[in-house]
Write a protein of this length. Structure first.
Length: 167
């Protein structure tokens, strides 16, 4: 029973990521995916976070456009899930929102670096390619902070009830 429950929870969180990413596509690089992956990985572990990263990236790119960047997006968000899982080893309390908000801001630049490392070959010059992407990474970072401030209190409250299934 608990494996089905875990799969259902991962599927629902991935569906929220898909809806959020497609729903906010009119704003460049602003979507709730990174924030949901960070919170989920910190509270439930690395595996659910990586699962959500891969599922939501694949499904949203079916709608938004599939390409070589899809693999690098999966790798980038999976790396964020890994870091978040390590960060989540700390006790999550009311002051954790500050830590996770700062991390979500930095995660946008980490994610952007990973995606740029995988796709810069189109530009030929990594430094120029990376510098051209900084405004988009900055929009991602600002969006992450906004989503973290809104979603952290809600998701932590909901996921604390679910932690017993992941221990």
């Amino acid at each position: 029973m608990s494996n089905i429950y875990k799969l259902t929870l991962i599927s629902l969180l991935a569906a929220i990521c898909v809806i959020g990413r497609i729903g906010f596509q009119f704003l460049p690089n602003i979507q709730p995916v990174t924030t949901i992956i960070i919170i989920t990985s910190a509270m439930l572990g690395v595996f659910p976070g990586i699962s959500i990263a891969i599922i939501s990236t694949y499904l949203t790119n079916l709608f938004l456009g599939m390409g070589i960047w899809t693999i690098w997006q999966m790798i980038g968000w999976s790396f964020i899930a890994l870091l978040s899982g390590l960060l989540g080893k700390r006790q999550i309390n009311n002051r954790s929102i500050i830590l996770f908000t700062v991390f979500s801001f930095l995660a946008a630049y980490i994610y952007g670096l990973i995606v740029n490392l995988g796709t810069f070959t189109y530009a030929g010059n990594f430094i120029a390619y990376y510098l051209a992407g900084i405004p988009f990474d900055s929009m991602h970072a600002i969006g992450n902070v906004g989503f973290m401030l809104v979603l952290y209190p809600i998701l932590t409250k909901l996921l604390k009830k679910q932690e017993k299934y992941y221990i």
